[in-house]
Design a protein around this ligand. Structure first.
Ligand SMILES: Nc1ncnc2[nH]cnc12
Ligand SMILES: [Zn+2]
Length: 317
């Protein structure tokens, strides 16, 4: 199975670039930028990564971002991910970034956008991997902040392909972001949203009906609503699922009960992704392997999931 998973061409459609910040790089950048970390060494960082829900992870995720300061920092972060992705036979990635996590720390748009672009261009030339960016709005902040972020992002319109919605889900439903998603739709951008990770099925309904998303990030809790599953399948909305993330954030009790199999039985276009690999203990192939073992996926099922990921890409090469 290991070889099959390694050798298959795959796309990754749910990866937060800031979630690929490995403890080693966090330490290196903290030193480079003279930023004090609340950890003495890499082992201490790793042992702090014990999560009991989404928020307990997000608190450390936002704290970790503080080491990202210069264009070179953003370049290094992106290039390291793309290098790893290419080594796992990922031919294409549509990558999330969180601008509000950086502008709130007074980092300039040019700094992160130019760092990301340089890494993406060099990785294409050196490694043959295709990558595009999806800008996410932080849903724990008000829509007015997302609208300002959207206006600033339009100065870089050719550097990203879509918008998404992430951060703390419960209490921040998709409908609160209707206006900014409408603006993004009018600008010809692709639309995605995290929904049904910790929120119930109503969050997924809203992402579809109020935001008009083209893919759903996670979607796990849609499993409790048969008419919703049928709607997702009928509209061919891919789910970008993240098994190790679900396990580490305790949003599934046991990987053997992961919702992916049931969605697949209903004909939903399911995909496997890594979400925040530096925090959840595995990149894409480790996610495929963990779910293959837990759900006893057959080689044909693994091929189908990998093929789904290529079909669900917004950009077809
Ligand atoms: N799994 C996740 N859910 C919501 N927001 C996130 N930001 C980074 N990872 C996330
Ligand atoms: Zn995510």
């Amino acid at each position: 199975m290991n070889n099959l998973i390694q050798n298959l061409s795959k796309a990754e459609l749910h990866i937060h670039i800031e979630g690929s910040l490995e403890p080693e790089m966090m330490f290196k950048l903290a030193k480079r930028n003279k930023i004090a970390l609340p950890y003495k060494n890499i082992e201490e960082i790793k042992s702090a990564y014990q999560f009991n829900n989404l928020q307990s992870f997000l608190d450390l995720y936002y704290q970790g971002m503080a080491v990202l300061q210069s264009e070179d920092d953003f370049y290094d972060l992106m290039y390291a991910y793309l290098n790893k992705a290419a080594s796992q036979n990922i031919t294409q990635a549509e990558i999330f970034f969180d601008p509000q996590g950086h502008t709130s720390r007074n980092i300039k748009w040019d700094t992160f956008m130019h760092g990301f672009k340089r890494a993406i261009d060099e990785a294409k030339a050196n490694l043959g991997i295709n990558a595009s960016l999806i800008m996410c709005f932080l849903r724990h902040l008000p829509e007015s902040d997302a609208l300002k972020t959207f206006d600033n992002a339009m100065n870089y319109r050719d550097l990203f392909i879509g918008v998404g919605l992430d951060s703390s889900e419960v209490g921040h439903p998709p409908s609160l972001f209707k206006r900014v998603f409408q603006k993004a739709r009018d600008a010809g951008l692709y639309l995605v949203a995290h929904a049904g990770e910790e929120g119930d099925a109503s969050y997924v309904w809203e992402a579809i009906d109020e935001l008009g998303v083209h893919r759903i990030d996670h979607g796990n809790n849609a499993i409790n609503d048969l008419s919703l599953i049928r709607r997702i399948a009928a509209d061919d909305l891919a789910l970008t699922m993240c098994p190790l993330s679900n396990q580490r954030l305790q949003s599934v009790p046991d990987l053997a009960k992961h919702q992916l199999r049931k969605f697949m039985e209903y004909g939903v276009k399911v995909t496997i992704n890594s979400d925040d690999p530096a925090y959840f203990g595995g990149y894409l192939n480790e996610n495929y392997l963990a779910l293959t073992t837990a759900l006893k996926l057959t080689p044909d099922e693994i091929r189908l999931i990998a093929n789904n990921s290529l079909e669900a890409c917004f950009i077809q090469y």
